[in-house]
Write a protein that binds this ligand. Structure first.
Ligand code: PEP
Length: 255
């Protein structure tokens, strides 16, 4: 059975001081370790403070990384700068990186390879816009292309370290959520893709997260779907109370 992964993507929110308050409040709501794996992806400058609060089942992630190990890349961050702080996961290809910062499938693929070579775990984000969903080509073709390009030539062994987040762009930060049926349908499609392109063991092991306005009021329905193994959460991960509530729901479903 796959263990739930409840991942908070703080985006460009929370200073180091606010990070401290978040963790203090989070531990007042929950007892750690939890059965679910809890991941916090703070902005880079808050990673050292978050690192101080890691305990039990809580791990640290980054929101981005540069594909190269070092060099003249003003404003970028390398994998070794992250590993010094015990960063375990790196989000790659978030739709905001794709649309606001021009990241292409090719660049995302390079980053996935860098993360895997450094023995960290990439979370590859895939998702379609509303126009793409409604177009003749449809949502499945978009997701298939993003999977094929992002995970090109990744060995079955390395695939075991990959997590895939299905984040329909029309549901990110909009309050609009994919119905559990729509989400499950796409997660199932992704698992079948893994089965066809890697093998059954990989397809069974890789965790598939749902992202897009996931919150306490809709989490139970979504997380109880067969192929949904957790969530990548933006807005609802900013408040310790609602994030703790999401973890509690995953804990209930783990029993
Ligand atoms: C995200 O940015 O990955 C996300 C899912 O955001 P939100 O939960 O706010 O929709």
């Amino acid at each position: 059975m796959r263990r739930y992964l409840i991942a908070g993507n703080w985006k460009m929110n929370k200073t180091a001081r606010e990070t401290k308050s978040f963790f203090e409040e989070l531990s007042s709501h929950l007892t750690f370790p939890t059965q679910s794996e809890i991941l916090i992806c703070p902005p880079f400058t808050s990673i050292p403070e978050a690192h101080r609060h890691l305990q039990g089942s809580i791990v640290l992630g980054a929101q981005n990384v540069h594909a190269k190990a070092s060099g003249a890349f003003t404003g970028e961050i390398s994998l070794s700068m992250l590993t010094e702080w015990n960063v375990a996961y790196v989000i790659v290809g978030h739709s905001e990186r794709r649309t606001l910062f021009g990241e292409t499938d090719a660049c995302i693929h390079e980053k996935i390879k860098t993360v895997l070579q450094g023995r960290l775990k990439p979370i590859l984000c895939v998702g379609e816009t509303l126009e793409e969903r409604q177009s003749k080509q449809g949502a499945f073709a978009v997701i298939e292309r993003e999977l094929a390009n992002g995970l090109k030539d990744i060995s079955a062994e390395d695939m075991r370290a990959v997590t895939i987040a299905y984040e329909p762009i029309w549901a990110i930060g909009t309050g609009e959520t994919a119905t559990p049926e729509i989400a499950q349908e796409m997660h199932h499609f992704i698992r079948q893709w893994l089965n066809a392109h890697c093998n059954t063991a990989v397809a069974e092991q890789v965790r598939l997260l749902y992202g897009g306005s996931l919150k306490p009021s809709n989490a139970k329905e979504l997380l109880s779907k067969q192929d949904i193994d957790g969530g990548l959460i933006g807005g609802a991960a900013l408040e310790a109370k609602s994030f703790a509530e999401l973890i509690r729901i995953a804990e209930e479903l783990s029993h």
